[in-house]
Write a protein that binds this ligand. Structure first.
Ligand code: SF4
Ligand code: SF4
Length: 104
């Protein structure tokens, strides 16, 4: 696993996959944090970040330009799905590759 990538100049994983999570991670449930207004329902028990369920995913909370300068405007409130991606893991590398960013 590599730790050499800088997420703030990347953002590829926020513009590659459907970012889904258990509905109660949204802030209309007790203890939930993800702003519900930025999510959409995909099943009775699952939500996803708006913008990530399309053919060309791009999370609504991602600001900036992928591969240049980015930030997550709900970083401290983001879902477990977002937190699970680690720099250099398989999902990270796949996202970077698909955005034409170096993977080594
Ligand atoms: S793809 Fe990897 S390097 Fe890029 S933002 Fe996601 S975790 Fe960070
Ligand atoms: S909520 Fe933030 S960390 Fe999660 S996919 Fe969107 S921009 Fe990325």
């Amino acid at each position: 696993m590599s730790a050499a990538f800088d997420c703030q100049t990347c953002g590829a994983c926020c513009a590659q996959f459907r970012v889904s999570f258990y509905w109660a991670e949204a802030d209309d449930a007790p203890g939930g944090t993800v702003p519900v207004a930025l999510t959409e329902a995909i099943s009775p028990h699952l939500r996803c970040m708006q913008g990530t369920s399309s053919r060309r995913p791009h999370c609504i909370a991602l600001e900036g330009q992928v591969g240049q300068q980015v930030s997550c405007r709900i970083y401290d409130l983001r879902a477990s799905t977002c937190r699970a991606v680690q720099v250099g893991d398989a999902q990270c590398l796949r996202a970077r590759e698909r955005h034409g960013l170096p993977t080594a």
